[in-house]
Design a protein around this ligand. Sequence first.
Ligand code: CTP
Ligand code: MG
Length: 229
Amino acid sequence: MPKHIAIVPAAGSGARFGAEVPKQYLQIDGKPLIYYALSALCACPAISCVWVVLSPEDAHWTSFDWGCLGDKLRVAYVGGETRADSVLGGLTAAATEAAGDDWVLVHDAARPCLPAALLQRLIDELAGDAVGGILALPVADTLKRADAEGRIRATEPRDGLWQAQTPQMFRFALLREALTQASGVTDEAGAVEAMGLRPRLVRGDSTNLKVTFPADLALAGKILAEVTK
Ligand code: CTP
Ligand code: MG
């Protein structure tokens, strides 16, 4: 049976958030944001180990005690310029304990509200899939294309459009090859698509939001408080 390995890229600087520290180290209820993503993955019985990919210059990770997450956690200071570089670094670090057909679940450090049932649904729905896939949500709002003056140039059809979330789940060898070859991709699926493959869309949940701007952190805090009530 193939194993399931998680990789959590956490080497970004959080430029759009604009805080003094990278957003993954901002706190919700006394714990750094990244704790919640790691905790969701470590708690999943199907996942055997969780690699967190940090920047080689990371100065915050060791300020926290991660012992409560158990013995699935692995740390690699191999983050790169782009998210794809960081994930590729994580795959290289994990290679010693991974087989080519093991599954890899890549999940954003900044996505703290992943429900256990949703994670399990992704794993179950992709179990027999030849390519792999991602959590995603059908686009709900009407889409507008802007011109250079910030006025609407066109209304774009939203039929068939989905917003990509994470985890994104692919076979270890396929993902490594895809990310080695790809350039300019912003998620793992993009790299796999560039190989001519068609990853599956598994319906996600709007609570599985990514913290990008300050308002997202407040919303994530409310969602987490609701879950743990
Ligand atoms: N990430 C990474 N290495 C990079 C860039 C991003 O590991 N070179 C990680 C981030 O730490 C985050 C995830 O990829 O967990 C999603 O990226 P994003 O939300 O864009 O985070 P940042 O790049 O930190 O934010 P920003 O784009 O606003 O700077
Ligand atoms: Mg970024």
